[in-house]
Design a protein around this ligand. Structure first.
Ligand code: ATP
Ligand code: MG
Length: 344
């Protein structure tokens, strides 16, 4: 019997930051380790999704390599056949199926996507591309090609998951056969993965917004590839408040609360314990210094783990997995090609 499939992807549009690390990378690796016994876990490096918004293309290739190495340094197992990693564009069926499903997707359906509205609102009109508009179709193909039932989705992706289910169901009905496995509904996804995707590390300069890798200045962001001393300085320069006493209060003291959160994650201690230890302290500089030291230590340690990544082993794993993924994806694609009349 084949195992149920989990599919998850990560874009490679910039270096990752500590928010991505604690909010996405570590949970993903835990999931890969915990579920691989009973599930097939496919981790996709979503390179085709990387330039739906403008990027520096000279940096894409090194960025892809760096992202993959970050996964491994963060603990992704390379020796488990139930955990596969692959680069999306190395499986051409993704692009091929996208074209076909584009022709079964209504303009109105895509027009309703709130993420498109949000993202395009931030761009000048001549920089909004068709790829940004129809990337939910590509995303549907990413999942449907492998018959994946489980896809960890943040709230911002719920609408896209619903679309995947709709198009899969529509194709199955129209061609009167099970072309696609229909992914589970949003609610079931949350039950499966645990809805604790709420972690949001805030920007150090502006703690009212989340740390985001596409942020222009990068001053409030601790990137995994930052020079450890420079990163420590970013922490020392973090925006706080004028209350004058440490308290965990996301509304009134977002900067201090963020530092306490980062402190807890880096020391691998429960947040309440860290809060209890620091609550009431009047010198913010002490807390900042502690967190700055921790950040420095974490980045130095991560550098060492990166240096130990076996690139040859990583490439061999990628290539072997990509071969497997092509096999699975092409089988699904062929069924669809036959159904729509492209193949006999
Ligand atoms: P971008 O600015 O390009 O959107 P991002 O930093 O928001 O970059 P994403 O690629 O959108 O990163 O998200 C990658 C993963 O990291 C997602 O699972 C997302 O939920 C998680 N993530 C992003 N930012 C944070 C954050 N500040 N704290 C915790 N998790 C985060
Ligand atoms: Mg984002």
């Amino acid at each position: 019997m084949t195992k149920p499939v989990i599919l998850t992807g990560l874009r490679a549009n910039n270096d990752l930051h500590i928010g991505n690390y604690f909010g996405a990378l570590l949970p993903l690796i835990d999931m890969a380790k915990n579920k691989a016994e009973d599930y097939q876990v496919n981790l996709m490096l979503a390179d085709l999704h990387s330039f739906t918004t403008p990027i520096n293309h000279a940096e894409l290739q090194p960025q892809i390599q760096a992202t993959l190495r970050n996964y491994v340094a963060a603990g992704l197992p390379l020796d488990n056949p139930s955990v596969r990693i692959f680069r999306q564009s190395y499986v051409p069926a993704h692009s091929e199926l996208t074209w076909i499903l584009d022709c079964f997707t209504g303009m109105g359906e895509m027009n309703r996507m709130t993420q498109f509205k949000d993202k395009s609102a931030k761009l000048h009109e001549d920089r909004i591309n068709v790829g940004l508009f129809n990337y939910p179709v590509l995303m549907a193909c990413d999942v449907l090609l492998y018959g994946a039932e489980y896809v960890p989705v943040g709230d911002d992706q719920s609408q896209h998951l619903e679309f995947m289910r709709d198009i899969a169901d529509r194709m199955n009905s129209q061609f009167n056969q099970e072309l696609f496995v229909i992914p589970r509904a949003v609610k079931e996804q949350h039950e499966f993965f645990g809805k604790d995707q709420g972690l949001r590390i805030k920007d150090l300069q502006d703690p009212t917004k989340k740390m985001s890798k596409s942020d222009e200045s990068g001053k409030g962001i601790v990137f995994l590839g930052d020079n450890p001393d420079e990163a420590a300085k970013k922490v020392m320069g973090a925006t706080t408040d004028s209350v004058g006493a440490v308290r965990y209060d996301l509304e009134k003291q977002p900067g201090i609360s963020n530092l306490l959160q980062i402190h807890a994650l880096l020391s691998n201690e429960p947040l309440p314990k860290v809060i209890e230890h620091h609550e009431g302290q009047e010198r913010y500089g002490d807390l900042k210094q502690e967190v700055a030291d921790q950040v420095k230590e974490f980045l130095n340690d991560f550098k060492e783990r990166l240096a130990n990544v076996d690139d040859a082993q990583l490439m061999a794993k990628l290539e072997a997995d990509e071969k497997q993924m092509n096999g699975v994806a092409n089988a699904t694609l062929l069924k669809v090609q036959k159904a729509v009349g492209l193949r006999a």
